[in-house]
Design a binder for this molecule. Sequence first.
Ligand code: ZN
Length: 103
Amino acid sequence: MKLHRLLFPAAATVGAGVAVSYAVRLHACKVPAMDIAACVLALFATVTAAVHHLFEAATATTHRCRVDGCDFRVRIRTSDPGESRRWQEAAASHPAHTLTPRP
Ligand SMILES: [Zn+2]
């Protein structure tokens, strides 16, 4: 549980590190400050969101609908087996299956 509290600060630290690294490189190439600011903010947001998403994807449990062709799924982060089982049943019996045609 403590690990999840540290997730966003850790992701933001990685994002800030990447952003500062690129800011230094762009400054060395004499890029205008406003252009550097735009690139740094975009890099910070993108890298922070990507690290956050990758960590969540790696630590979450995904329950998928078992109907062939249905892409419904539930992704949860819990260590409670009862709650995980309840979400597994919910994913298996959701009311509207979204069937996507397969080639
Ligand atoms: Zn379904």
